[in-house]
Design a protein around this ligand. Structure first.
Ligand code: HEM
Length: 497
């Protein structure tokens, strides 16, 4: 864990500043960063390579995509790289939880929750995943019979929220799912509208932003109170049980109400949106690649027959797992995450000054042509055991790495594998030819550019004619997510593959 002393700076060769764009005298590269961050980061790697130095306003930052340097930051010398100022915005909403803290406080909390997320423990949640997915698919049968369009992202957000809540807290959150979807949108908005005049006003002034933050906390206080009440009554819920019993290592006292609220909020927010985004991309990628669909059909009917998955059969869905892995490569939901260098270091032979920011970008690393042949093509065979062995481990890190690796990664992979197989078993999703799938301008997670409406046909009725209806215009008229994301001509969209 994060106990290693920061390794000393290698001194064998005198280091130099990494290459990178000059940008404007005042703002550096803040302009292109804000216009389309994903495209900007991919362009930096293309134009300058695996270590790129840039200025973002007053801040010096390095995009690091070479596997050795990524390993040094996240694993070998992780003690030198802390969350830093770019993570501060998360704290505005999430308070002091696993995502936002460092040092002893973080270590105590990570130790407390970890047992529930270990690979063996996670297989206990299979019945919850299967149950929640079947409920959704039964509703889909009715919608398909009425030929009613389905908003894929909303459906996936609800499914992953319900699964997480039942699995970790034994609490049925389904009735609150629509409210929480709005809350997630509000979270994104308040965390990422930096530098607006309202943000600079004192926090006790009732600005629209402060009112939104207060509302988010109000809603989550109620969720936390309900989860705790439910646990007091039933004694069920593996994660809430650990949290209620946890002791603060500094004081030996139980976690305070505030600590419990912050950690629950962190798990709910970090755990469901990411998985939903990945499900959405995976389903759309399958629909876009008929040969992948065919191979998936063969595996699902071979392994599951007509039945539902259990822990053993889920482990046999190896091609499905490769599809999920490839989707996480092309569309890593956490497309970028930062660190701050505590002391000086050298990465790939370039100087890193104390205090400078490091940007780890799974999106750019996963499109690095040095390690990914034709990176814009969707190809699950990049993830055969042999192909994985032959590639540097840190060319691929959708869940991060080292002591701060995603605590929920086994849970997410299990959910993804089972849900993708079960949806595929009962429904077919086809895209209307010519509909482009593109990255939206990403904020927290890398969502598709537009809301994706799908029309479903049950496989039992007839081999599917399922259409997607691009809703960007209606969404824009409603001020929805499609309206907020900039039109992107990202060269890495699957359509350009
Ligand atoms: C496809 C789904 C997911 C993806 C792509 C993902 C990605 C990530 C990444 C990249 C990090 C590391 C961030 C960093 O090092 O700065 C992270 C951390 C974290 N994730 Fe996930 N995650 C997913 C699902 C989940 C789930 C299901 C949960 C919980 C139920 C979860 C909870 C967390 C927490 C609490 C952290 C902070 C861990 C720590 O610092 O100790 N995530 N996630």
């Amino acid at each position: 864990m994060n106990t290693t002393k920061a390794a000393t700076t290698p001194t064998a060769t005198p280091a130099a500043a990494a290459p990178g764009p000059k940008g404007s005298p005042l703002l550096g590269s803040l302009g292109p960063w804000r216009r389309n961050t994903a495209e900007f980061l991919l362009g930096l790697q293309r134009d300058y390579g695996e270590m790129v130095r840039m200025r973002l306003g007053p801040m010096t930052a390095h995009q690091v995509t070479g596997p050795d340097a990524v390993r040094r930051v996240l694993v070998e010398n992780n003690a030198n790289y802390v969350r830093g100022p770019l993570y501060e915005q998360f704290g505005v909403v999430m308070g002091k939880g696993l995502l936002t803290t460092d040092g002893e406080f973080w270590r105590g909390h990570r130790r407390a929750v970890q047992p529930v997320f270990l690979k063996n423990a996670v297989s206990d949640i299979v019945p919850n995943i299967v149950g929640a997915t079947n409920e959704m698919l039964d509703e889909w049968e009715a919608k398909a019979a009425r030929d009613e369009p389905v908003d894929l992202m909303t459906e996936m957000l609800r499914l992953t929220l319900v699964t997480l809540s039942r699995s970790l807290f034994a609490y049925d959150i389904k009735p609150a799912a629509p409210v929480l979807k709005q809350i997630v949108d509000d979270v994104v908005e308040v965390m990422f509208r930096r530098g607006t005049p309202s943000e600079m006003l004192p926090s006790w002034l009732p600005t629209a932003r402060q009112r939104k933050i207060a509302h988010i906390h109000q809603v989550f206080d109620k969720v936390v109170a309900d989860v705790r009440k439910n646990y007091a009554r039933t004694g069920e819920g593996p994660l809430i049980a650990l949290m209620e019993q946890a002791k603060d290592p500094a004081t030996g006292e139980p976690w305070t109400d505030q600590q419990l609220r912050d950690e629950l909020l962190t798990i709910y927010l970090a755990g469901h949106e990411t998985t939903a985004v990945s499900l959405c991309w995976t389903l759309l990628s399958i629909a876009n690649h008929p040969h992948v669909q065919a191979e998936l059909d063969e595996e699902v009917s071979g392994v599951l027959g007509g039945g539902t998955p259990d822990a053993d059969t889920a482990a046999g869905l190896t091609y499905t797992q490769m599809v999920v892995d490839e989707s996480l490569r092309m569309y890593p939901p956490i497309w970028i995450f930062p660190r701050a260098a505590v002391g000086p270091d050298a990465l790939d032979g370039y100087d890193i000054e104390a205090g400078s920011s490091i940007l780890l970008s799974p999106l750019a690393s996963h499109h690095n042509p040095r390690h990914w042949d034709n990176p814009v093509a969707f190809d699950p065979y990049r993830f055969t055991p042999q192909a994985v062995r032959e590639r540097p481990r840190m060319a691929y890190f959708p869940f991060g790495a080292g002591p701060r690796q995603c605590v929920g990664n086994s849970m997410a992979l299990l959910e993804l594998r089972i849900i993708v197989a079960m949806i595929n078993q009962r429904f077919k999703i086809n895209l209307i030819p010519g509909e482009a799938l593109q990255y939206g301008s990403p904020v927290i997670s890398l969502r598709p550019l537009r809301d994706v409406m799908v029309r479903l046909r049950s496989r039992e009725e007839k081999a599917g004619t399922v259409s997607t209806v691009n809703r960007s215009r209606e969404s824009a008229a409603r001020g929805g997510r499609g309206a907020r994301t900039a039109e992107s001509a990202c060269p890495y969209s699957p359509e350009s593959a």
